[in-house]
Design a protein around this ligand. Structure first.
Ligand SMILES: [Zn+2]
Length: 141
């Protein structure tokens, strides 16, 4: 099963909690999550940190049903059945994958405005893992 050790997890806190991206100094593209080398021009490792707004729109989405979920979502599956996972195109350009929240799965549409919210995702080794989920951005219309 997918497993992230606790020390590894804590090292990724800044991006998980603040949604820090990195803007390539060469081509200007925004990388998120941060990479060693720009994934757009493949040539630059010079970046400036960029605080992402967390706002974007649904690029595409899938409904994850029984049997298709990673093990860390097993409890949630039992509680709630299928749930939507979206690929969101952020205002700054990068596409990120995240679970949708505060929305009826039937109401998720491509192109709908969303915003990232920090949510408890699952608990492992006694540590509550937080990450981003996307909720409808009602002001974004
Ligand atoms: Zn670049």
């Amino acid at each position: 099963m997918a497993h992230v050790s606790v020390p590894m997890y804590w090292r990724t806190i800044p991006q998980r909690y603040q949604m820090m991206g990195q803007k390539c100094k060469k081509c200007g593209a925004v990388n998120f999550p941060p990479k060693g080398v720009c994934k757009y021009c493949n040539a630059s490792s010079e970046f400036e940190e960029l605080q992402l707004s967390g706002k974007g729109k649904v690029h595409t989405f899938v409904l994850i049903g029984a049997g298709g979920a990673p093990p860390e979502f097993a409890d949630q599956m039992k509680a709630g059945g299928s749930y939507p996972v979206a690929i969101v195109e952020l205002a700054e350009g990068p596409k990120v994958i995240g679970q949708m929240t505060d929305v009826n799965p039937k109401d998720v549409k491509m192109g709908m405005p969303v915003k990232a919210e920090l949510k408890k995702i699952y608990t492992e080794e006694g540590v509550i893992r937080y990450g981003f989920k996307f909720a409808p951005d009602l002001e974004g219309k």
